[in-house]
Design a binder for this molecule. Structure first.
Ligand code: HSE
Length: 315
């Protein structure tokens, strides 16, 4: 029986992981976006958004989920139409890969309805084009973990080549999202166009050490290498309370703390759930006191599944 209705969840992600600007990312359990896709008789795509906060465009031409779905339909040309419903649950401009999660959920849902579905990793290029549309840059460090789960290294963009990092998934990741918005597009325009060789050497040493640390599940090595001397100092000024939040995380036992993606969310890494909870409380307190904003807190291990089909119905 061919599926007629599919419901998909795609998770948030932490990209950059400190030194790995545009090349490192992991999936986390929550938050995430949901897309429901229905097969319909009339050809083409119809699109609706269910979004209580009204933060994403509701018209198909401007929305990334609709963009990704229509790219796939153009290429795969199914003999039916699709009605796509984006249930936008993730905060936009949060640094948690919100646009990637919408695009991933749309791609996986549309794919499940196709007469000849593509392999999961073949969906990546469509999702990355959604990222290009959302932020002007086709970065894959949120899209890949949200789609495929786990930790990823984007080895090359041209051609796109992503490498799964076989992590020891023992550490806890704390994410604190202050209720502020930073658009990735703007957070990229303030970055330097070139960097001194000495900085590059230190940064790629850290990226390599961090990758080794993730594979070994070595908290000490991860803590030492989660140092970003290029991007973090520039973007920190977009995040009120940044230094206080980072200091609070480290003095509460985090092995490292940095900006999640382009911010304003910040993440910290630690070895136990108990420690994660006290780090989260300390970070939240600083955001509340210094930046005078409310926060959402998410704690999880690395999500190894990525996007999942929650329901698939044949009628
Ligand atoms: N690597 C991208 C950036 C991720 O830092 O701009 C955006 O979420």
């Amino acid at each position: 029986m061919k599926p007629k209705r599919v419901k998909v969840y795609a998770p948030a992600s932490i990209s950059n992981l400190g030194p790995g600007f545009d090349v490192l990312g992991i999936a986390i359990d929550q938050p995430g976006d949901i897309v429901i896709a229905h097969r319909i008789r009339e050809q083409g795509l119809t699109f609706t958004v269910v979004d209580t906060s009204r933060t994403v465009p509701a018209d198909a031409r401007s929305n990334v989920a609709a963009h990704v779905a229509s790219l796939m339909m153009k290429e795969c040309d199914p003999p039916f139409g699709i009605q796509l419903e984006l249930h936008k649950q993730m905060p936009v401009g949060s640094g948690l890969g919100s646009s990637a999660a919408s695009s991933v959920a749309a791609a996986v849902a549309v794919n499940a309805l196709l007469p000849k579905p593509l392999k999961r990793n073949e969906l990546l290029r469509f999702v990355v084009d959604g990222e290009r549309k959302a932020s002007g840059s086709p970065h894959a460090d949120n899209a890949t973990p949200s789609l495929l789960g786990g930790a990823w290294l984007i080895r090359s963009y041209n051609p796109l080549d992503v490498i799964s990092i076989p992590i020891r998934n023992t550490l806890m990741w704390v994410v604190v999202h202050p209720h502020l918005m930073v658009q990735t597009r703007e957070a990229r325009t303030i970055l330097p166009k070139s960097i001194p060789l000495t900085h590059a050497i230190r940064q790629w040493g850290n990226v390599s050490g961090l990758t080794a640390g993730l594979i070994a599940g070595d908290a000490g090595l991860i803590g030492k290498c989660m140092e970003d001397i290029i991007i973090e100092p520039v973007r920190a000024r977009l995040i009120p309370g940044f230094s206080d939040v980072k200091r609070a995380a480290l003095s509460s036992g985090a092995v490292a703390c940095s900006i999640s993606g382009s911010g304003p969310s910040m993440f910290a890494v630690t070895t136990s759930l108990k420690s994660a909870r006290s780090i989260a409380a300390a970070m939240e307190k600083q955001f509340t006191e210094k930046a005078r904003v409310g926060c959402d807190v998410y704690i999880s291990r690395v999500n190894m599944e990525g996007a999942i089909i929650l329901e698939m119905n044949t009628k």
